[in-house]
Design a protein around this ligand. Sequence first.
Ligand code: SAH
Length: 472
Amino acid sequence: MQYLPVFLDLRTGPVLLVGAGDLARAKLRLLLAAGAHVRFAATDGNDELSDFDTETRSRIEHVSGDPLAVTLDNVIAVLCAGAGETGEAVAARARAKGIPVNVMDDLRHSTFIFPAIVDRGDVVVAVGTGGASPVVARRVRERIEALLPSRIGELASFIGRFRKSIHARIPDFAQRRKFWERIVDGPIGEMVLAGKSHDAEAALHAIADPAAFTTSAGFVTLVGAGPGDPDLLTVKALRALQDADIVFYDDLVSAEVLDRARRDAARVSVGRRIGKPGIGQDAINRLLIEAAQSGKRAVRLKGGDPFVFGRGGEEIAALREAGVAYDVVPGITAGLGAAAESEVPLTFRQKATRITFLTAHKAKDAETVDWSALTDVKMTVVVYMGITAADSIRTGLLAAGRSPQTPVGVFARATRPDAKAVVGTLDELPRLVAQVEKGPAILIIGDVVALSLPWRNSELAQLHSTLLMAAE
Ligand code: SAH
């Protein structure tokens, strides 16, 4: 973060605006809309103010002559827009006095910059890129515009009107926050957003005991974090993360995904790594139950999908037994993330008509897999936790009769910045696995791997190329 976004109260003193043309006019309108008193040095001599009403005009003080001679007394900020060469000298004057200055399109002489703004009354969103790309900032703003309910500003001012009285009735900060969260997320918030502020106000007054209104029961949401790329989180997952008081996360959850949790949510690692013991499933279950029983909204964040080799089933069984309310938000499982990233169509016309997801954590797990059920050439096999058991997987499949030429892909750290995909044949599997350095990694075994991007880019491109294309 190169610049700190802050909100400046422009009514505390005049702002000096130096410049000319449409650029200066646009800044003038912005400043006036924010309630500023503007000392305006129009370097083109244009003092036309008929666009503005009387009240607004009363906040504009025209100054003529040399803009470098304009008094800076009491000035709280200086802006130059369309001021040409003058901008630099004006900026130097402002800086000498320690007054924040912005010269439009000139980062070098500015001490602050303007963000792209979403303006919904009391709700204002500022988007910045450190001056690197106003176009990117505008695109972000457009997305936020689309996301925000149109009456979000009204909701903020509605709450603003009652803040004081609620503050008096609920002195405890955390409890007060819960109260307002229930208002914002519940029917009263909805009424305001639907334009029914009167009904909302009546409903708010009808709450006899605001302090009791906050004691909502705790809740656990099992959330699929996806394979790593935070953009692969579902909208529901994001909402749960934003609502959480506490997040219990696995080792597989990427830092970028965890970053999407509410800033002041507690974060607790409950992960285990191969070779290192974690805190154990019973202890995790206990933590979830305790968090919910103390009234917290807990998120149990799991790599991929909670119900795909994620022990989600065990956790909800424990929650049910303890009478704790819960919810499950699916995630994109690693196999699907890897397949999409590397363009492996897991099914393909009549040539690949079945998918099996299996796990072979250790060689001894692999020995218990019934490989004879996986020899159908039309079946795509997706193996989780298969790295250490690669040898046994190869042996098992070959012994069961699957061709040594079967295409295989090893997809490590799929959807993450350091993703690596290696492709080859089943016969070569142990060598392929050795090439990916470190996990987590998914194996995909089946003819469809010959359609993948890494395969098409490799010297294997010719091998199997006719295999699936002949599907008609
Ligand atoms: N619930 C998870 C799976 C947990 S088991 C899911 O649905 O994805 C852990 C295994 O998932 C790892 O051993 C690896 O095989 C796979 N895995 C998880 N994230 C991965 C990623 N980004 N790339 C490749 N494999 C991944």
